[in-house]
Write a protein that binds this ligand. Structure first.
Ligand code: UDP
Length: 364
């Protein structure tokens, strides 16, 4: 069976790495190749993940880069169609919710090639998020839908997706975390940044709703200063390229509070080692809500909704909304020892990729 897995952006690399490892155990049955669309292309957002997650160089590199949603999606589709026409795979695997996910699933499904969506069924119910549109559309045209949490099963049922295509297999992002835990534990990144375990806050922001408007971004940076000041903790802020560009564009680099340490985006091992030892994580990321829940680290999500409700219901995540006074007071409460105790959601056990590969082989 010839399979092409698509990766485009940072979280995709982390989700496909465990699948690539799992397929290696079935080399006699499966030829697994990787197509990198080039949505994220620089050293810090892409190459470092291939190296750290021990993935081979991509077999196909489409080099599409950035652009508007329409132009990026269209360019991925045109380039991926050529790969599919030439390679004639039996299956295309698409992870997550980025433009590469919808672009490549659409190309494959129109060429009559089966599509497997890894991380299907997640819903924020907010169509203003580009990712939500990508999720909904990809699920409609997928032949295999692999779901990470029970809410995803319910969402797909409510949308009328045939249950024979839907499989509750767990979370491949947690597979990577479990696999690399020894290296994460051994990393010296906390000391490298001059921080003490349990005595700093880690922050990441990149959602357009938080960082594309100058006023919102300014208030976000000020809020980090308030949290650091009143909580007596330093904040490490590895800055996503989109956020960095906007800080410069809006002339906000001068207002970053002194107790907030800005850094470049970090490698996977280094970043997770900081997450694991942080007093608190403040973020608008999707994946980081899951990683903090698995690690039992308090997380405040600065968004009005989450497509990953299990992290709030079962895990350590708080959905704080975008009222930054509320975020700051919640942060102080959590750092003052008032954090809820979470537990690890069902099937987040490091074996999701193995389950996915078994389903694919049994149904090929
Ligand atoms: N991540 C990383 N370095 C960083 C920030 C995040 O390795 O500086 C990892 C993080 O641990 C998670 C993934 O990148 O595995 C999440 O990506 P991101 O927040 O960009 O995307 P989202 O999950 O919101 O789609």
């Amino acid at each position: 069976m010839k399979i092409i897995s698509v990766v485009g952006a940072r979280p995709n690399f982390i989700k496909i790495a465990p699948l690539h490892k799992a397929f290696q155990g079935y080399n006699d049955k499966v030829e697994h190749t990787i197509c990198h669309t080039g949505q994220h292309f620089d050293e810090k957002m892409s190459k470092v993940f291939f190296d750290e997650l021990e993935m081979p160089r991509p077999d196909f590199y489409l080099g599409v880069g950035g652009g508007t949603h329409a132009s990026q999606t269209a360019r991925i589709m045109m380039a991926f169609e050529e790969v599919v026409e030439q390679e004639k795979p039996e299956l295309v695997i698409v992870p997550g919710d980025v433009n590469s996910t919808i672009a490549c699933s659409l190309v494959a499904s129109k060429l009559g090639i089966r599509v497997a969506h890894v991380e299907a069924g997640l819903r924020s119910f907010d169509r203003e998020m580009p990712e939500e549109i990508n999720r909904v559309l990809t699920d409609v045209i997928s032949d295999f839908l692999f779901v990470t949490e029970k809410s995803g099963m319910e969402n797909l049922k409510a949308e009328g997706i045939d249950s024979s295509k839907v499989f509750f297999t767990g979370n491949v992002m947690i597979d990577s975390l479990v696999h690399y835990m020894p290296k994460i534990d051994a990393s010296s990144s906390v000391a490298d940044f001059g921080l003490e375990p349990g005595n700093f806050v880690l922050a990441t922001f990149h959602r357009p709703s938080n960082v594309d408007d100058g006023g919102s971004l300014k208030r976000l940076l000020e809020m980090l200063g308030t949290v650091a000041g009143s909580g007596g903790k330093r904040i490490l802020f590895p800055v996503h390229p989109r956020t960095r560009n906007n800080i410069l564009k809006f002339g906000l680099d001068g207002i970053v509070p002194g107790n907030v340490i800005m850094a470049d985006p970090l490698g996977y091992i280094e970043f997770l080692s900081l997450v694991k030892r942080a007093a608190l994580v403040v973020t608008d990321s999707g994946g980081i809500q899951e990683e903090t829940t698995f690690l039992g680290v308090p997380c405040i999500t600065v968004r009005n909704n989450t497509e990953r409700p299990v992290t709030v219901e079962v895990g350590t995540n708080y959905l704080a909304g975008t009222d930054l006074d509320r975020v700051a007071s919640l942060a102080l409460e959590v750092m003052g020892g008032g954090a809820k105790k979470g537990s690890v959601p069902e099937l987040w056990d490091g074996k999701a990729a193995e389950r996915i590969v078994k389903v694919l082989l049994e149904n090929s």
